[in-house]
Design a protein around this ligand. Structure first.
Ligand code: UD1
Ligand code: CA
Length: 470
């Protein structure tokens, strides 16, 4: 398909969100709304994405820069619409700033997160025939409030769009075909006629959907593409519409994953981001969140009460009541309940981070176990290590962070403080309750605690003395 451009309209104030942020910055399953739209356009075959920004422009630019700045396969640029004079004006700004005047041009409202890539592709193709000047996506929804109404003739051909505020009561009653806010244009025709949109309407704005009538007045063909699944055309203008879009996106994703062989105890209680993957026979327990670039292998148990952000987990892991961020878990790793794995945690095969365990920027070697009540930070741990309950790497001196190196097969007794920089050699044993301030050589016993003394009969004498005082 010839270089399709997508123009995404994201300059609006989003007044109905009652937010201090751009409407399109609000997230659905951990991904900003604008990226849902841009990703669908890219997956639908658009190679150049032009975002019209205005309200909270810096915030939107930053989101777009972070998401697409490094991508080589697609060009994503922002164009500023300094005055918000309507969707028609926004598109005109985009065309003027970029000089786009040919090829298929898809225009998408920035608040249309659920449009499917297949639909956008169908759209792009619809104007590539050299005959159709524009296509407009329509839906019939249970609640038509806020949508432009599409007037059709007896043969089902489109006549024009009438915004809700410009409709007569009779039009509101009889017109059921709704404008979804997704259009495809022949770029040359769009550029030639965009200047003809006026603003003589209830809102005094330049309405993009007026292009339908304008193109038709020039004898050009305009097609209506109706999608049966109206959720594709749901616009997000308010918080409750945002929550509804989240619900619909969640159900779509969980249905797909179930079809691929993932078990959900309750698919309404798991929120899996659109770019996450889960392998077959993994079981997802309630209150599980997978966010960002998170990938989980086969035969795992996820949750309950688990949040994984940018985590890669292999096969056969048990991740119970765990929060993990920017972490890698290899195969058969056992986490939680109540583990906190912070950025830079790398758990090798068969390792364990148990109950009330926090790990940061550390490698936990094969089969090594940190089962209870511990903090491990800035540590390289070998294989087959056992860390006793309540042991801590004291990695911070108030100014600097220091490293701990623990060799293979080390046994650390309970309640040990490893004051970093710390080094415990292969096969060493550290006595419970130690404060380790010096390196422990391989195969040595490290003891760093006061020696125990017993005073025979002391307790008995003490009790007798207390009784005598009564
Ligand atoms: C728009 C359509 C309506 C359609 C509905 C679908 C117009 C005039 N109306 O209405 O027919 O049924 O979407 O959801 O197009 N924007 C700009 N610059 C502007 C104005 C808006 O970039 O000057 C952006 C907004 O950020 C938003 C999008 O355009 O992402 C649509 O604007 P919005 O105000 O939400 O239009 P609706 O009233 O929903
Ligand atoms: Ca809208």
């Amino acid at each position: 398909m010839a270089n399709a451009t997508a123009i995404i309209l994201a300059a609006g104030e989003g007044t109905r969100m009652k937010s201090n942020h751009a409407k399109v910055a609000h997230e659905i399953l951990g991904k900003p709304m604008v990226c849902w739209v841009a990703d669908a356009a890219i997956a639908g075959g658009c190679t150049r994405i032009v975002l019209v920004v205005g309200s909270h422009a810096d915030e939107v630019r930053a989101i777009v820069g972070a998401a697409y700045g490094e991508r080589a396969d697609v060009s994503v640029e922002c164009v500023e619409q300094t005055e918000r004079l309507g969707t028609g004006h926004a598109v005109r700004c985009a065309l003027e700033a970029t000089g786009v005047d040919a090829g298929p041009v898809v225009v998408l409202n920035g608040d249309l997160p659920l449009a499917r890539p297949e639909t956008i592709r169908r759209f792009v193709e619809s104007v590539a025939d050299g005959v159709t000047a524009a296509s407009i996506l329509t839906i019939t929804a249970p609640d038509p409030t806020g949508y432009g109404r599409i007037e059709l003739d007896a043969g089902g051909n489109v006549i024009r769009n009438i915004e809700q505020k410009d409709c007569t009561p009779e039009q509101l009653e009889t017109l059921h075909e709704l404008n979804a806010g997704c259009y495809a244009f022949d770029g040359a025709k769009l550029a030639a006629h965009i200047g003809e949109i006026g603003h003589d309407n209830a809102q005094g704005e330049y309405y993009l959907p007026d292009m339908i009538e304008i193109l038709r007045s020039h004898g050009d063909r305009v097609a209506v593409v109706h999608v049966n699944d109206y959720t594709e055309g749901l616009g997000v203008n308010s918080r409750s519409e945002l929550a509804r879009a989240t619900r619909i996106a969640r159900d779509r994703i969980n249905d797909r994953l179930m079809a691929e062989g993932v078990t959900f105890i309750d698919p309404t209680q798991a929120w899996i981001g659109p770019d996450c993957t889960i392998g077959r026979d993994t079981v997802v327990w309630p209150q599980t969140f997978l966010i960002g670039d998170t990938h989980v292998g086969e035969d795992c148990q996820l949750g309950p009460q688990t949040r994984l952000t940018n985590v890669r987990a292999g096969d056969g892991c048990v991740i119970d009541e765990t929060v993990a961020i920017d972490a890698v878990l290899e195969n058969a790793v056992d986490c939680g309940p109540r583990a906190y794995l912070r950025p830079g945690t790398h758990m090798l095969d068969g390792s364990k981070a148990g109950t009330h365990v926090e790990i940061k920027k550390s490698t936990i070697g094969e089969g090594s176990k940190v089962p209870h009540l511990s903090y491990i930070g800035d540590t390289t741990m070998g294989s087959g290590v056992n860390i006793g309950a309540g042991s801590i790497t004291c990695n911070y001196d108030g100014v600097h962070k220091h490293k701990t190196v623990i060799g293979d097969g080390v046994f650390v007794g309970s309640d040990t403080m490893m004051v970093a920089p710390a080094e415990i050699g292969d096969g060493a044993l550290v006595a419970a309750g130690s404060v380790i301030t010096k390196p422990v050589p391989a195969d040595a016993l490290g003891v760093g605690r006061a020696r125990q003394t017993n005073i025979e009969g002391w307790a008995h004498k003490h009790r007798e003395a207390l009784k005598a005082q009564k």
